[in-house]
Write a protein that binds this ligand. Sequence first.
Ligand SMILES: O=c1ccn([C@@H]2O[C@H](COP(=O)(O)O)[C@@H](O)[C@H]2O)c(=O)[nH]1
Length: 268
Amino acid sequence: MFIQQLERAQEKHQSLVCVGLDPNQAKIDALGLGLLDWLKQIVDATAQHVCAFKPQIAYFAALKAEAELTAIIAYIHEKHPDVPVILDAKRGDIGSTAEQYAREAFERYQADAVTVNPYMGGDTLKPYSSHAGKGVVVLCKTSNAGSGELQNLTLADGQTLFQKVAGKAANDWNDNRNLLLVVGATYPVELADIRQIVGDMPLLIPGIGAQGGDVEKTLKAGLRADGKGLIISSSRGIIYAGDSAENCAEKARQACVELKNTINQYRD
Ligand SMILES: O=c1ccn([C@@H]2O[C@H](COP(=O)(O)O)[C@@H](O)[C@H]2O)c(=O)[nH]1
């Protein structure tokens, strides 16, 4: 089960950090490294300090690097089997097509969890959540500046759209107890609200690092009483901390450890 695997990794590595794998060809070329070599170096340098890895599929697809995506997920499973992989794909479509997206994530890429868009309704989430051992991470309140344009709209019953998504995820869509939510670190007030609505449900939190989310506010708003319940993701702030083939892995490790330690200050 993804959520148990995640919490075991959080316990073992004493970390809520998730490293996002968002390969940018120009930056990797500047290091003089091949894509898969660079990915392996970043993974090996940070694996002991994370609770998950999160490759973003668009970065790989844009580079026609699906083979490297397959290879790095297989590599993580082989070399770091205690660290689950969340495929950030943000898929959403009618059920019959969603079944194919679920097969893509869980069978083709062997991801442990996938991000999905709930905009088309609960029936479109079932093809993912019916894979009972896998995690389904539903967009709720995203980190981008324009997220409020739709997600903060007030509905006829007085709830905002993101509150409605949180309530449905907690109460209506979670038959297999394998749903999680995405909530941006850039919105700590909304994060506290969502935590009240969903109880103990784990939350994936992008927006720390390059997007400027505040660690202390995030932890105060979203941490569970047991010191878990959050997966705090950073991509650019960690994977591009270095600037040469020689230092990129060590600098990524240092940035990852620094984030882990900063987070852990607020978990005691
Ligand atoms: O609301 C969201 C949902 C997903 N993301 C993804 O997370 C990373 C963020 O990268 P950083 O370099 O740490 O800013 C990226 O893959 C996004 O697609 C998000 O940012 N916000």
